[in-house]
Each structure stands twice: as C-alpha cells, then as structure tokens.
Design a protein around this ligand. Sequence first.
Ligand SMILES: NC(=O)c1ccc[n+]([C@@H]2O[C@H](COP(=O)([O-])OP(=O)(O)OC[C@H]3O[C@@H](n4cnc5c(N)ncnc54)[C@H](OP(=O)(O)O)[C@@H]3O)[C@@H](O)[C@H]2O)c1
Length: 336
Amino acid sequence: MQTVELGRTGRQVSRLALGAMQMGNETPEAESIRILDRYVEIGGSFIDTADCYEWWASPGSRGGESEELLGRWLRGSHRRDDVFLATKGSALPQPSPRLWQGDGSPDWDLARRTFAGAGAGTLRAALDGSLRRLGTDHVDLYYVHVDDRSTPLEETLEALDSFVRAGKVRYLGWSNVRTWRLERIRQLCARNGWAAPVAVQQQHTYLRPKAGLDHTSIVDAEQLDYLREHDDLTLVAYSPILKGVYDSAEKRAAHWMMESYAGPDADARLAAVTSTAAELGITPNQLVLAWHLHAADPVVVPLIGPRTPEQFENVLPALDVKLTGEQLDRLNAAGA
Ligand SMILES: NC(=O)c1ccc[n+]([C@@H]2O[C@H](COP(=O)([O-])OP(=O)(O)OC[C@H]3O[C@@H](n4cnc5c(N)ncnc54)[C@H](OP(=O)(O)O)[C@@H]3O)[C@@H](O)[C@H]2O)c1
C-alpha cells in the first residue's frame, strides 16, 4: 500500500486508514481480527480508535471495547511495531442512566452536552486508560476527539505537550473542530513551544455539505482552503463513503447521514459518481474511495470503517483504480 507523510513530520503512514470503531460491538471479535490481519497483510498500518468506542452500542457501556479488542490483537499478533496507532479522548459522556432512552437507543443530545471534555486531568486519565486497554506504553497519534470550548486552550495544549514529552504520545491531532480554532491552537503552540497538531480528523466525502449547513465536524470550503495553505496538517477523512450510501439509493433515502447532504448538489454529484463508476466497471463506493486516494491538494487519508470482512474486501479494489485527469475534472466539476 502507498504511504503519505503525516503533516511534515517525516513519518509515513499508509494511504488508507482503518477505523476500529465498531470492533468489539457491531463487528464481533473473530471478524474484527480477520479485518485487522488482512489490512496489515496488504500493507496497511494506520489504525484508528477512541476511548469512547462504542459506549452507545449497549446500555450501561462506558466504551473501551474497541481499544480492548485492539490490545488483544496487538498482543496476540505481535504487531505493535508494525502499526501506527491512533486513539482519541474527550468524547466520553458523563455516566448517567439517562444516556439511554426507553427503547435502548442513545440520547445524543445529552451525550454532547456532557462530553468529558479536554481538561488536563480528564485527558491525562483518558490517555492512561487508553494505554492500559491497548496494552502499549505509547500511541502514535492522540486526538482531542471533540473540540472543547469551555476549557482554556492553554490548559489542554500544555497537557498534550506533556504527553509528548513523557513519550506516551508521538504526535497530536484534533477532531471535529472549526478552522478558526485550529488556527488559534497552532498559534498558541508556536508561541509557547508546545507540540502542535499534525492531523485533523473530520467528516469528509465526495458529496458536499448542503447549502446553509453549519457543522463543526464536516469539512467545508474554508477548511479545505486552510489545509491547502498548511500542509503540515494532514486531513484524515472519517466516514469517507458516508456509511456506504453511494452504492444504494434505498440506503441513501433512509440514512441519517444524508441529512447533511441531500439536495440538488448531492443529486448532481451522485449522478456523476454513478455514471463514472459504471464507465470504469467499479462500484460508486469504490470510486469515491479512489477519488479520496487521488486527492493531492490537500492530501486526504480516508479512514474507512468496514463492519464486516466482506465489506472490507469489497472496497479494496479502490486502491488500484487509476483515474484520468478528465475523470477527476468531471467528478470535481459536478454539482448544482
Ligand atoms: N472523529 C470522529 O468523530 C469520528 C466519527 C466517526 C467515525 N470515526 C472514525 O472513522 C472510522 C470510519 O468511519 P465510518 O465507520 O463512519 O466510515 P464509513 O466507512 O463511511 O462507514 C462504515 C459503514 O459503511 C458501510 N460499508 C462499509 N463498507 C461497505 C461496502 N463495501 N459496501 C457497502 N457498505 C459498506 C457499513 O454500513 P452498514 O453497517 O450499514 O452495513 C459500515 O458500517 C471509524 O471506525 C472511526 O475510527 C471518527
């Protein structure tokens, strides 16, 4: 598998990252291990998790199942040194029975209001918990999972810098963050000599957020412009195939993910992706992944989250797709 430099750190990471969010919950252990083994077998190394994955999968859970599973896999496979391991802290909600509604589904509004946040002590405990579950003395990349505006940035940044100096974390990242906050974070780091983020993890796909959408987590035109100007920050794109909606009109029609995209612009881009995929003899999901892999300005590392080994195998041909300049121009120009 091809690699790209993470920011301007000199550290290469694989071009396609693998998310372990569902591993240990929706994806049972044996299937998760098949996916992980296969990912490493084809040359992948960039694996993503978080301390909170997936608290919402079962009432009463405090998350951590994904990290624990990865810890067992790393121990059993002796792969720790082959893997660039990323995890995150700050997005575990305060414990409360009210986090689950009567039907067992999570109350996301309450969760968002009660996220642990990025206070120094909170992050220190979160990181130590992650290291314990992962069974390692360091992670390669540690993200602030959800930007926390109620904690002074100086407090968060000084704590993150201390993690790097203590050798518990190699590189830092931020997720679900506005561009102006990123700029402030970077300025504070430069002024104080603190380790600065080298990766930003955001929701990003071929469809563009619908007109008028105001969303912290989804890359917008301004953020793309900022990232083009700052190639010391790598964009890691989560939900790069939007939960697989590109292959199925039926799934799209019913999927909550489409709330941020549905409209004339999405219709035009879906038509372009569907016809170009047919021309290439591949699936629309594969084409969207190939489109991400061709992104050069800014570079994008798509972070996929296959639920089954079959879904993982199904998207892999995207790694070998070569798009012509004309096809890329056509895809990029499509829109309402
Ligand atoms: N920083 C953050 O806030 C944040 C948020 C979300 C995710 N993440 C990270 O990003 C990773 C990936 O995110 P994601 O799971 O949203 O990515 P994704 O790959 O866009 O979505 C995964 C879902 O897509 C569907 N899918 C995958 N491969 C498919 C295929 N070949 N054919 C048809 N459907 C397919 C499956 O849906 P079904 O289950 O419906 O079959 C699967 O559950 C996560 O594991 C996590 O590490 C981070």
